[in-house]
Write a protein that binds this ligand. Structure first.
Ligand code: SF4
Length: 320
């Protein structure tokens, strides 16, 4: 049964590779994608990395194996390329916590405020923002805003609280959260802390998945020795550079595949087996094949929204 599945996957991957050449396409995959997708992608990275890879490629078509807002970001940054997502229903519970009407109403209450939104938002929300940010660069972005300015920060409340604590700035914070990171509790970290006394703890500050942990760390509810707050790329680098042989990884479990692959001989434990993003797992090899065969599903952000959203993203990229 396993052999048969492997054979079928190999055949699908062969067809994907052939079609990719014919279409002059590139496949970008987020770190939280299923292993089969990561293994056949041209590039695997975090949401910022995917955006950067999209702007660098000469391919005409980008197959974005991630969630919808990531395909929108690629469309915003690469308006002349065809961006396709294998499953258009791959959403994001965090991005869904705020809509454009809600943001506009919030802005009306604070007409002089600077709006900073996490990259995990829709294109419309980015278009209403002054700056985008990721968890990795959020502190830099907030620090770059003059201290007398009022700031609206959306949509992740844990990241907002962490940024506020670290910068000493009072922020207006939208009460949004991601269903994945909301499930990771400090108790989960503490349980593994005692069970793996020699392990390093890699806590991911991106994508909202462990922003609650960042918040608890800032409050000293979890100890800071042996703990590193890192982007997924930072995790990969730290795992390679560290003398430690064992790591506990606090993020969506998809990253474990890449960590194992790039660090043979080291052991990685997910902080929670339940930290699984059902949206990220909606992309399958069969759907990627379908997307290249039929050139579906195209994600095209309308020009006026894209040009306003691009300003917020580019400001972030310049500061980061
Ligand atoms: S893990 Fe959370 S923030 Fe990341 S894509 Fe999934 S729902 Fe969105």
């Amino acid at each position: 049964m396993v052999l048969q599945q492997l054979h079928e996957n190999t055949s699908i991957v062969d067809r994907i590779i052939k079609l990719k050449k014919e279409r002059n396409a590139i496949i970008l995959a987020h770190n939280y994608q299923i292993p089969e997708i990561q293994d056949m992608a041209d590039f695997v990275g975090d949401s910022l990395g995917l955006s950067q890879a999209a702007t660098k490629t000469n391919a005409n078509v980008i197959v974005l194996c991630g969630v919808y807002f990531m395909a929108e970001t690629a469309s915003i940054l690469c308006p002349n390329k065809k961006i396709i997502i294998p499953d258009p229903d791959a959403g994001c519970s965090l991005a869904a916590t705020i809509n454009c009407d809600e943001l506009r109403a919030w802005k009306r209450k604070h007409p002089n405020a600077v709006v900073v939104t996490y990259v995990n938002t829709t294109a419309e929300i980015k278009a209403e923002s002054d700056y985008c940010c990721t968890s990795t660069n959020a502190l830099k972005i907030i620090d770059a805003i003059p201290s007398e300015k009022e700031i609206l920060f959306a949509p992740d409340m844990f990241l907002g609280a962490y940024v506020s604590a670290m910068t000493g700035r009072k922020l207006h914070i939208w009460p949004g959260e991601c269903h994945v990171h909301a499930g990771i509790k400090p108790e989960d970290i503490m349980k593994l802390w005692n069970r793996h006394p020699h392990a390093e703890f890699l806590i991911h500050p991106e994508c909202g998945c462990v922003t609650s942990c960042m918040y608890y760390l800032a409050k000293n509810d979890i100890p800071s020795q042996r703990s590193y707050i890192l982007s997924t790329e930072g995790m990969i680098k730290r795992a390679k550079a560290s003398p430690a042989k064992e790591f506990v990884v606090a993020t969506e479990t998809g990253i474990i595949h890449r960590l194992h692959k790039e660090n043979p001989g080291k052991v990685f434990h997910p902080v929670s087996e339940n930290a699984v993003c059902k949206y990220m797992k909606m992309i399958t090899l069969e759907k990627v094949l379908n997307s290249l065969e039929n050139m579906v599903y195209e994600v095209k952000v309308p020009g006026d929204i894209a040009s306003r959203a691009r300003v917020a993203i580019q400001r972030m990229m310049q500061l980061a």
